[in-house]
Design a protein around this ligand. Sequence first.
Ligand code: ATP
Ligand code: MG
Length: 135
Amino acid sequence: MGEELRLPIAADVDVVEARQQGRALAAVAGFSSGEQTVIAAAISEIARNILMYAKKGEIILSLVQNGDRQGVSVVAIDQGPGIPDIERAMQYGYSTSHGVGAGLPGAKRLMDEFEVDSVVGRGTTITMAKWRRAI
Ligand SMILES: Nc1ncnc2c1ncn2[C@@H]1O[C@H](COP(=O)(O)OP(=O)(O)OP(=O)(O)O)[C@@H](O)[C@H]1O
Ligand SMILES: [Mg+2]
């Protein structure tokens, strides 16, 4: 353990970097190539949201262990505008930026754990994790 990566998100290249680092950490945790792609895709969506809505923030990637299960934890933090109605934001098709509105629900579906904490005017924290399937 002890593997923790703090990645600043403030430009498009940072989204690419977070995606790649997430993929690499998932590989270290023993996830299959397909699962690595899934984790990278979820990271990419929440990183894109940081850029789009908060302009900047941070993604923290770490390896986690629960009993004999290994996983990857992803925490995305920003001090942006916050989300006024989280339930609504989690619905597919809801977008305040003429987007598809698939980012948050998509990331939730891709991961095993997904939690949004947001305070208007303060910012948003998204915590998600994926666990390796038992072999
Ligand atoms: N970090 C954030 N800070 C503030 N609002 C956010 C943040 N992330 C998401 N939101 C809000 O939640 C809505 C839904 O996000 P979601 O990622 O699902 O869709 P989208 O970004 O609008 O479109 P896309 O399908 O391109 O991702 C956003 O339109 C925005 O209003
Ligand atoms: Mg989005």
